[in-house]
Design a protein around this ligand. Structure first.
Ligand SMILES: C[S@@+](CC[C@H](N)C(=O)[O-])C[C@H]1O[C@@H](n2cnc3c(N)ncnc32)[C@H](O)[C@@H]1O
Length: 268
């Protein structure tokens, strides 16, 4: 085993971060950036540092976590999602949505806010399940309070929602999702690799996770999601992500560029 692989297996077994699921060039970029910050030049030396320095272990885990998210991330995708939600609620039946890998909740809350704001979407018919593997981001999500900082402009993120102030309570830099919106969303911990499939979802959004995951683990994740969708249900993945060929035949592409698909058949 070379020294980079030895370091990765140390991180997996001793720090509990599943490096084997992630793309190795992504891991290398993150680890190398910590090494530069600490002035360490070799993977072996850096592993020795991790063995003795609890602060560096925490800093590395922070650097490896990829919880980046926003409200209405990629607004062009959300314009199409709005159309999909309108058509799903049109029939008057209940509609089940799943925001998989939801990070701190801004994605599922965007779905809920859209349902409240758009008069053609009946929010009383919508239930949203939102899941993530990371307990800390789920705690933030349940809290539903977000702050603008020097680098994050929450007001700007909410702009695709006309008159967002009607649905989000604002106090200077703090934005609070009110209880009536929160009630549409149920958060739970779920691991897309080892967790069970769900069933009968009308819509699943799983965006901006596969870019970090290696090919071997991407397929089981997307299989879990596919099995959770009913035939005729919709799938949205990240704009720079792709469906593996074996799964593509089970979907029609609704919008190629925006990566929105409709499940057509069950593929074994
Ligand atoms: C970059 S965020 C994407 C958030 C949101 N979907 C978006 O597009 O803004 C990726 C999320 O995937 C979660 N994640 C990583 N591995 C996972 C797994 N095996 N199962 C479920 N969630 C996972 C991370 O905790 C993180 O919150």
């Amino acid at each position: 085993m070379n020294s980079f692989d030895t370091l990765l297996s140390f991180i997996e077994s001793e720090l509990g971060f599943a490096t084997s699921h992630y793309d190795s060039s992504y891991l290398d970029r993150r680890i190398s950036s910590r090494m530069r910050r600490t002035g360490i030049e070799t993977y072996d030396r850096y592993r020795q540092r991790l063995e003795t320095d609890a602060d560096e272990r925490t800093a590395l885990l922070d650097a490896l976590s990829v919880n980046v998210t926003s409200f209405f991330r990629n607004p062009d995708v959300w314009a199409e999602v709005r159309r999909v939600l309108r058509s799903l609620t049109e029939s008057g039946r209940h509609v089940k949505l799943w925001s998989a890998a939801c990070s701190d909740g801004r994605e599922p809350y965007s779905l809920a806010l859209l349902a409240f704001a758009d008069s053609e979407i009946d929010e009383t018919k919508i239930r949203i399940t939102a899941t993530d593997i990371d307990r800390e981001v789920l705690a933030k999500a349940r809290h539903g309070v977000y702050r603008s900082t020097r680098t994050t402009d929450i007001a700007e993120q909410l702009e695709p929602l006309d008159g967002y102030e009607r649905f989000v309570q604002r106090d200077d830099t703090e934005f609070r999702v009110p209880d009536r919106v929160k009630r549409l969303v149920e958060f739970e911990r779920h691991d897309l690799i080892h967790g069970r499939s769900k069933s009968d979802f009308d819509f699943v959004s799983c965006r901006n996770l596969f870019i970090y995951i290696n090919a071997e683990h991407k397929l089981p994740m997307l299989q879990t999601i596919t099995d959770s969708l009913r035939t005729g249900g919709y799938l949205v993945i990240g704009k720079t992500e792709t469906l593996p060929d074996v799964l593509k035949e089970g979907y029609d592409s609704i919008d190629k560029r925006l990566r929105i698909y409709k499940k057509t058949i069950e593929v074994e």
